[in-house]
Write a protein that binds this ligand. Structure first.
Ligand SMILES: Cc1ncc(COP(=O)(O)O)c(C=O)c1O
Length: 384
């Protein structure tokens, strides 16, 4: 067994190849999370009335350093869906405004945009990107061609969910700024999977999770809002921070701090999760996983002639996830799922754009043996 696996709570009998869906929290971080909860219950008034602001701010400082932005520019959410729901309600969309996006976006996000489009008369336009994609240039040119004078928003993933691709979003953010379009980035899979420098990317809005690749407990996510929008964004939940004469920190921070009674313990684990990365040199662990994923893509192509959503240069498109398309004609998805579950392999098998995919995620707790188990099953899976 990989020695890092013993740091995690994951059942040792499971071959867990699905870090991407909900992450996995190491024991030391999970224990830290429970400690915060104990502290809360020992003296709720002290914790929620007196210490909340200081504790939350400490986490913002740690996260700000990790993702390279000011702690004042981030607020915490349970998940990216909630963060994006707040953003879309603040955009003041009008009939015929266009939100330009791609066909690689996460389904729940598509639904949020469809909802707001229906309510406002705006149009949610999903660019069908070339499949497979060849290059950054092809990507950006293709995207740029779809911008019209009505394009008000560009919404795009930094790392896509179904296809596991790292999109060249710096080009897209720069393009949006040049054309006076608001950029909203879904970075759910980014923090901890690839280095993130928000200040360099300079988006208008960026949401990410800490419970996937930064290894925090579930319900730890954030929203970055560019300073120019911080005074005008209203929180999704209006509560005690709203419209106060005396602002403690900034209006943006105050309004997001108190959202009704809730457990903020997950957010408070962020400094510890960052320390954990230092202790176990997780930057290197992550880099090794990225290298292994890229090699695996070459191996799968050579051995099984499998296809991916990118054409070449895996080092450009891939990080710690690899989605591969199963050969046509469409295989029997239920049979494949049953086979995998009988072998105790947890890995997503799903349809995307009428094609059948399997997405493998690698993290520090995975071993060569885990990968081999999947490879051994592929000749059978492909025949199904
Ligand atoms: C690309 C992407 N965006 C957003 C999300 C949203 O996550 P949640 O349902 O936790 O809000 C996910 C979840 O896996 C995702 O993969």
């Amino acid at each position: 067994m990989n020695s890092l696996k013993s740091l995690f709570l994951i059942d040792e009998n499971i071959t867990y190849l699905n870090h991407g869906s909900f992450g996995a929290c190491p024991k030391p971080i999970f224990n830290g999370f429970i400690k915060w909860q104990y502290q809360l219950e020992k003296n709720p008034i002290q914790f929620l009335d007196n210490d909340l602001q200081k504790n939350i701010y400490n986490s913002q400082v740690a996260l700000g350093e990790f993702i390279n932005c000011s702690p004042d520019d981030i607020v915490f959410f349970q998940n990216p869906t909630t963060a994006i729901n707040e953003v879309i309600r603040n955009l003041n969309l009008k009939p015929n405004d266009e939100i330009l996006s791609s066909n690689h976006e996460y389904g729940a996000m598509d639904k949020a945009w469809e909802f707001i489009s229906k309510k406002t008369g705006a149009k949610y336009k999903k660019v069908k990107l070339p499949y497979p994609i060849y290059s950054d240039d092809e990507f950006s040119t293709y995207f740029e061609k779809c911008i019209t004078e009505n394009t008000k928003i560009i919404f795009i993933s930094h790392i896509t969910s179904a296809t596991g691709l790292v999109f060249p979003i710096k080009n897209i953010i720069d393009l949006a700024r040049k054309k006076n379009i608001i950029s909203i980035i879904d970075g759910a899979h980014v923090p901890g999977q690839i280095p993130l420098k928000i200040n360099e990317l300079n988006p208008d809005y960026y949401t990410g999770t800490c419970h996937k690749w930064l290894l925090c407990p579930k319900g730890t996510s954030f929203l970055f809002v560019n300073k120019k929008y911080q005074n005008s964004i209203n929180p999704l939940i209006i509560s005690w921070g709203y419209n106060n004469e005396r602002v403690f920190h900034t209006k943006f921070q105050d309004e997001h701090l108190w959202q009704g009674t809730r457990d903020v313990s997950p957010f408070l684990t962020i400094p510890q999760a960052i320390d954990f990365r230092m202790t176990y040199d997780w930057g290197l662990v992550s880099e090794k996983c990225r290298n292994r994923i890229r090699l695996l893509s070459v191996e799968l192509k050579d051995k099984f002639n499998l296809e991916f959503a990118f054409k070449e240069n895996p080092e450009k498109w891939l990080a710690q996830m690899l989605s591969f398309q199963l050969p046509n004609p469409p295989s029997d998805i239920e049979k494949i799922k049953l086979l995998l579950s009988k072998q105790n392999i947890t890995i997503p098998v799903f349809e995307w754009e009428n094609k059948l995919f399997i997405r493998i995620s690698l993290n520090g707790y995975n071993s060569e043996n885990d990968i081999q188990k999947l490879i051994d099953l592929l000749p059978i899976i492909i025949k199904y």
